[in-house]
Design a protein around this ligand. Structure first.
Ligand code: PLP
Length: 421
């Protein structure tokens, strides 16, 4: 009688685990929304008044920057950041070869040239040596992503940007509050952007933020995505102190990229009441998972380097499968685990050079998006080819599922020979 469900044996869990969801149900969030509506809080933002400004102050304070600007999404925060930096057609911006596509796609709309850079084999983060090697006289900026919560080599990237006078946009969508050598990610670059949507630890469902300690960049970002109330001069109740922008008081640059006030209610509530607890709970659960999976041959739990003092929001738990040494494809192993009833999948972020948008698929206006000739990115390829995606279990509410996951891995590893090749 086979042991593994994929081979016809009994599954570990007779009822498959339901898909893991985030954020957890929370009466406090219901109450915060109901109170806001009961107080007749505006559903359309009036500049930085009310909940928008309150949430921005809370974000800036928690994440160690002077200014925060809420945006409609992380993508729009990144667009605002690149536009605020004045990135123009023909400018080259260095970007990791593997990340969520929106780390780079706003650049394509600004006509910039995205130059992909290979990543470190263990963290998936931009490789500082490859970064330095990719700089040309046209390079103006670097954008990084702290993949799945792991900070980049922060000092090395900072030093490279200083040496070559490059702007640095830190995408910390996966790593709200992560700490590298005593300093928060997001405070090392010129601008920090974060998604506050989907299943990010802080999430309004849709939302994003741009943080910076540079007033000039903050004001330009405000003007990119806000008009009327916020684009006015400060003397007139707005947000802009630079008198050169007085003519834009009414329009800003004419786009509306602002965040919905109800999303701000939710984000502010999570930040004030849950964020620190969630981080502690998630770290305890995922560190336990790392330990519990550490001895399985051919499976590499996520790396955490010595400089990492906190993975912050730790957005993804992605063990890496060495399918060559196991003699089995990643898909077969995932199928075997799924057949046992657990919630697991292959990780979904492909390297960017696999995507049509980075291969010349025309933009809506017919222009070809600008990317440097795509070379080969062997580390990004290898990294992407082995990743598994496991829910980021967080605390006691997920404890049973975490144990089931470990039990399923152990069962499958004991009987790898039963998996059909
Ligand atoms: C690293 C990274 N950057 C940017 C984004 C885009 O954020 P949003 O979906 O809020 O636009 C995401 C979304 O998942 C992301 O993971």
């Amino acid at each position: 009688m086979p042991h593994l469900a994929i081979a016809g044996g009994p599954p570990l869990l007779p009822q498959p685990q339901p898909r893991w969801r985030w954020p957890p149900p929370d009466d406090g969030t219901h109450h915060a929304i109901a109170s806001y509506l009961a107080a007749h809080g505006p559903l359309s933002p009036r500049g930085a008044e009310g909940i928008i400004g309150e949430c921005e102050v809370a974000l800036a304070t928690r994440f160690g920057c002077t200014h925060a600007l809420l945006c409609a999404s992380g993508t729009m925060a990144l667009y605002s950041a690149f536009a605020a930096l004045g990135i123009a057609p023909g400018d080259e911006v260095l970007c990791p070869a593997i990340t969520f596509h929106a780390t780079a796609t706003p650049l394509l709309h600004l006509g910039a040239r995205v130059v992909l850079v290979d990543v470190e084999p263990d963290t998936g983060n931009i490789d500082p040596a490859a970064l330095a090697a990719a700089i040309t006289p046209r390079t103006v900026a670097v954008v990084t992503n702290a993949m799945w919560g792991h900070p980049v080599e922060q000092e090395a990237v900072r030093a490279c940007c200083d040496r070559h006078r490059l702007a640095w946009v830190e995408d910390v969508s996966h790593a709200h509050g992560a700490i590298w050598h005593g300093r928060q990610v997001g405070t090392w670059g010129d601008i920090c952007c974060m998604s506050l949507g989907a299943e990010k630890m802080l999430t309004g469902g849709l939302g994003g933020a741009l943080l910076t300690s540079r007033r000039d960049l903050y004001e330009r970002a405000v003007l990119v995505g806000n008009y009327l109330f916020r684009s006015r001069q400060r003397t007139d109740g707005g947000d802009i102190s630079d008198p050169r922008f007085a003519p834009l008081a009414r329009t800003g640059y004419g786009l509306k990229l602002s965040c919905h006030p109800l999303a701000a209610v939710v984000i502010r509530h999570q930040l004030t009441h849950h964020f620190e607890t969630w981080i502690a709970e998630r770290h305890a659960s995922l560190q336990a998972l790392r330990r519990d999976l550490a001895d399985l041959p051919g499976l590499q739990p996520p790396t955490i380097r010595a400089g990492v003092e906190s993975m912050g929001a730790w957005y993804g738990f992605k063990p890496w499968i060495d399918s060559q040494s196991l003699g089995l494809s990643r898909q077969r192993i995932v199928a075997a685990l799924q057949a046992e009833g657990i919630d697991i999948d292959v990780a979904s972020s492909p390297p960017l050079h696999h995507l049509a948008l980075f291969n010349g698929f025309p933009l809506p206006n017919g222009r070809t998006p600008q990317t440097a000739p795509l070379g080969s990115f062997p580390a990004a390829e290898r990294y992407a080819s082995g990743l598994l995606s496991v829910p980021t279990y967080t605390g006691a509410r997920d404890e049973q599922r975490r144990r089931e996951l470990v039990a399923a891995f152990r069962k499958v590893w004991e009987h790898l020979d039963e998996i059909p090749r």
